[in-house]
Design a protein around this ligand. Structure first.
Ligand code: UDP
Ligand code: MG
Length: 311
């Protein structure tokens, strides 16, 4: 691409089994991109879709020449797909956006306005979550609270991946070497002057969400363990508290024995304490294991994704 054709906007659209929505997505997003009268690119990252997404994209490219299709070699997950997009995009501003139209394309106009006001990052904050299930609402709100309490970088509440980033920000993101990528955290970690625009998140246009409860739970664990070591440090205090309680309890037994003599029954209290301490220890080991697992995966230095080809 010669310098004259460097796009102003790059849209990054990760797709996993999205055959039904790609058409809707393109017809609603292109008029908005055209309205800026500047070159743009729409980068679809086909994240190992099992349905017809890839062919739908190839067909769409005939009508929409600004599409680039990055085909990953298998399903790597949304975070890896977005990373691929961030790595290949060329635009002056870069916008990751879901193809299910839950990220309203009209906001792009607000993003650009704030960018022109001098902001390097413009995030979109959801003002209500009525389109989410109660469980998702509650778990999301607790996740952000906990995450922000124990991590050095706080992720703004109710802000997703939908945002604008300037080339400056993208350059920094591209330098981050980790292959386990919790993008929301990384976006926040790089910093820069940030503006917020608010919106109401509509439900999915068609197709199904690929994030069920178990996937979200693991995503939350990834988020916390990538950006905080507090869960490791807790065990120091846990150990201190339990040792202190054990000391008190031991003293009580000694005093009791001195006053009342030896009192041998105690099976119930013994077994309760042993099981309690055992459970606590297993939890501690589990958390250690979580971090060791992350170190292990990271130490392999494998790439976050593999591109099969660009079409
Ligand atoms: N996605 C992806 N790879 C995956 C799962 C999802 O690229 O393994 C994409 C998906 O195609 C969509 C976006 O990530 O564009 C958000 O997914 P979804 O709408 O299922 O999540 P939700 O909006 O329910 O959180
Ligand atoms: Mg969605």
């Amino acid at each position: 691409m010669n310098p004259i054709n460097i796009p102003f906007i790059s849209l990054i659209c990760p797709c996993y089994n999205e055959q039904e929505v790609i058409g809707y997505f393109l017809s609603s997003v292109t008029p908005i991109l055209e309205s800026f009268k500047k070159p743009y690119e729409i980068i679809f990252i086909n994240d190992g879709s099992r349905d017809n997404t890839f062919n739908v994209l190839l067909d769409a490219k005939r009508d929409y020449p600004n599409i680039r299709i990055i085909n990953l070699s298998r399903n790597f997950g949304k975070e890896a797909a977005m990373t691929a997009g961030v790595d290949v995009c060329q635009g002056e501003v870069v916008i990751p956006i879901d193809v299910d139209l839950q990220d309203p394309p009209e906001l792009i106009k607000d993003f650009i306005r704030e960018y022109e006001n001098g902001y390097d990052v413009v995030v979109a904050r959801r003002v209500d979550r009525t389109s989410d299930s109660l469980a998702k609402k509650l778990s999301a709100s607790y996740f952000y609270k906990l995450h922000n309490k124990i991590s050095h970088v706080s992720i703004p509440d109710n802000v997703g991946d939908y945002r604008l980033m300037s080339r400056k920000v993208v350059k920094e993101l591209q330098k981050l070497p980790e292959n386990q990528r919790f993008m929301k955290g990384l976006f926040a970690w790089v910093g820069f002057k940030t503006a917020v625009v608010e919106y109401v998140r509509p439900p999915r246009k068609a197709g199904n969400t690929s994030f069920n409860g178990w996937k979200l739970w693991n995503f939350a664990l990834d988020g916390i363990t990538s950006f905080s070591t507090v869960p490791l440090r807790i065990w120091l205090y846990m150990g201190m508290i339990i040792a202190f309680l054990a000391f008190i309890y031991g003293s009580v037994i000694i005093v009791k024995t001195l006053i009342y003599g030896i009192d041998s029954p105690g099976y119930a209290s013994l077994i309760t304490i042993i099981l309690f301490i055992g459970g606590i220890q297993l939890m501690g080991i589990g958390i250690l294991g979580e971090y060791i697992g992350r170190i292990y995966m990271e130490s392999k230095r494998r790439p976050a994704y593999i591109i099969e080809n660009e079409y």
